[in-house]
Ligand binder design. Structure first.
Ligand SMILES: [Zn+2]
Length: 386
């Protein structure tokens, strides 16, 4: 059986969509008690427990954490898919036993439970925990660093989501990106960084077969306030995973599957066709920023002599325990170098935005229609929940 066949019918279906907060994962933790040791490594600034799952008895110690940014839940879903895979008794049993003998994996699936609850990047004090690695002013940062010091990992996995704007050179969206964070300003290939690069190379190879042109490399600007950079500085190989957009998949259910395959490759459940080296890492294309959620082209606007394009981006708004995609005018101009996940041609029409002629950046969009034929709708907010 291929691992993709297992995933199709057995992924952790109790976690879906983008809004994942502590109450969603708590009942799942209870079900993993046999194989996993579950502990509380600290509490958030608002007093919520930060849980850690430990599995395996091997010498290679791995520390993984997700939802350090509360609104970045895709890798959390993929972690639970992976836990469920390890916990089943039907397929891949020799491989799972070998994994449990080789590795001890510590996973913090929701490092920022307050941010997860509020659906914010930051924690409850509006601090970005991924800029708090130097000062460690927040209890969530201290919990992670205490665990790091206690377990002395050989490898760290820093799990995030990236926005829909990221693109790759062949004009495709960056569905998954990796980074071996820099350990100094010069971005030298230190010993630890080299190991991280070596481990990324096979994941890139496997994912590129599944989603050609949609796997990239994240920006490696050094910042010693970032957790990954900090752990890399400490000499522990660290890999940043960025779960991104897959066409049409704002819920990121496809992307979670690719992140699961990345974990499966990293831990030896997917065979890699050819041997790779750290040098292959440099062949991974770098992320660009050329995507908008929607672009409406060939628009005639009051106050503009030339035809223009309008871009719309979705803001993710938490409403009634669901995430609503709120369309907002992002840019007005030529936009020739950008691509829309959705492209609309207004065919040189004059338009009305929410029944008015004036269009402003930052404006929320309800409808965009033809000024002289208002039943001709170019765009309508469908109030999509993800
Ligand atoms: Zn993040």
């Amino acid at each position: 059986m291929k691992i993709s066949a297992w995933f199709k019918d057995h992924f952790e279906a109790r976690l879906q969509g983008r809004y994942l907060e502590p109450k969603h994962i708590a009942p799942l933790l209870d079900g993993y008690g046999d194989l996993f040791e579950i502990s509380v490594i600290g509490t958030s600034e608002k007093g919520k427990n930060i849980s850690c799952l430990k599995v395996g008895q091997g010498k290679k110690v791995v520390l993984a954490w997700s939802q350090m940014h509360g609104n970045e839940s895709t890798t959390t879903k993929a972690l639970f898919d992976f836990f469920k895979f390890l916990n089943q008794k039907n397929v891949f049993q020799p491989e799972i036993n070998a994994f449990l003998k080789s590795y001890t994996l510590f996973c913090v699936p929701m490092l920022n439970p307050d941010g997860a609850y509020l659906y914010t990047r930051e924690n409850a004090n509006m601090i970005d925990l991924n800029r708090d690695a130097k000062v460690r002013s927040q209890s969530e940062s201290r919990a992670l660093f205490e665990l790091f010091t206690k377990i002395k990992p050989d490898l760290c996995l820093n799990l995030h989501d990236q926005r829909t704007l990221y693109s790759l050179p062949k004009n495709q969206c960056a569905t998954v990106s990796f980074l071996a964070p820099a350990a100094n300003e010069q971005r030298e290939v230190t010993k630890a960084r080299k190991v991280a690069m070596e481990m990324i190379a096979p994941m890139f190879l496997v994912l590129s077969k599944l989603i050609p042109g949609q796997v990239g490399r994240y920006d490696d600007v050094f910042n010693d306030a970032c957790v990954g950079d900090r752990f890399q500085m400490a000499g522990v190989p660290t890999i940043l995973f960025e779960a991104g957009h897959y066409p049409g998949d704002y819920r990121r259910e496809k992307t979670r599957e690719y992140i699961f395959y990345a974990f499966a490759t990293l831990f030896g459940f997917i065979a890699v066709e050819k041997s790779t080296s750290y040098l292959d890492y440099f062949q991974i294309p770098e992320n660009g920023k050329r995507f908008k959620d929607v672009i409406i082209r060939n628009v005639r606007l009051k106050d503009y002599e030339e035809l223009v394009s309008l871009s719309i981006n979705y803001e993710e708004v938490l409403e009634n325990e669901q995430i609503r995609l709120q369309p907002v005018i992002d840019q007005i101009g030529d936009l020739g170098q950008f691509f829309g996940h959705e492209e609309i041609d207004a065919q040189e029409s004059e338009i009305l935005l929410n029944s008015y002629e004036n269009v402003f950046v930052g404006e929320k969009v309800t409808t965009i229609v033809d000024k002289y034929s208002i039943n001709r709708v170019f765009y309508k907010d469908l109030c999509n929940n993800i």
